[in-house]
Design a protein around this ligand. Sequence first.
Ligand code: 5GP
Ligand code: MG
Length: 176
Amino acid sequence: MTTRTVLDGAEISRALTRISHEIIEANKGVADLVLVGIPTRGSMLARRIADNISRIEGVDVPVGSLDTTMYRDDLAQHPTRAPHPTDMPVSVDGVTVVLVDDVLFSGRTVRAALDALGDHGRPKAVRLAALIDRGHRELPIRADYIGKNLPSSRDERISVKLTEHDGEDSVTISGG
Ligand code: 5GP
Ligand code: MG
């Protein structure tokens, strides 16, 4: 099986810096903005984007984590899947929420996240950031902020490693 590096640490960092600038620009600043990561690595990416925004704008943007396990449409097939903690430090009523995930594939996780978000208020708008968009959407969902578009075959697997969790920063693709 061949494995190919798609992004190294410096490239991940640059992609997140660009996404941070794009979020600030689209939002015309950082007022009424909340970043919400989808565990596990989406939460780490949301934290990194918030740190970038803090460096760029000098403002701390709230960061939450939203577990989607109980809202998935395949819950019946995976009844024992362990939930991750949800941590929403602020209400999302009337704010712009940027959901953050590592890989966007079918779109079903994001659909579940939109459902889960409804328990925490009614945002003014919800946007989506993904480090990797690998295609194969099964729902009408698209990302507003993308680190890298990575056309893939269905049976390929993308490995996202982040220092906080995996001891290094890299994105690789293998199999297929
Ligand atoms: P979806 O729900 O869009 O099919 O898949 C997105 C979710 O599954 C994300 O939370 C993502 O972390 C995970 N995922 C889907 N495909 C891959 C992949 O190829 N590699 C990794 N690392 N995660 C994936
Ligand atoms: Mg994930």
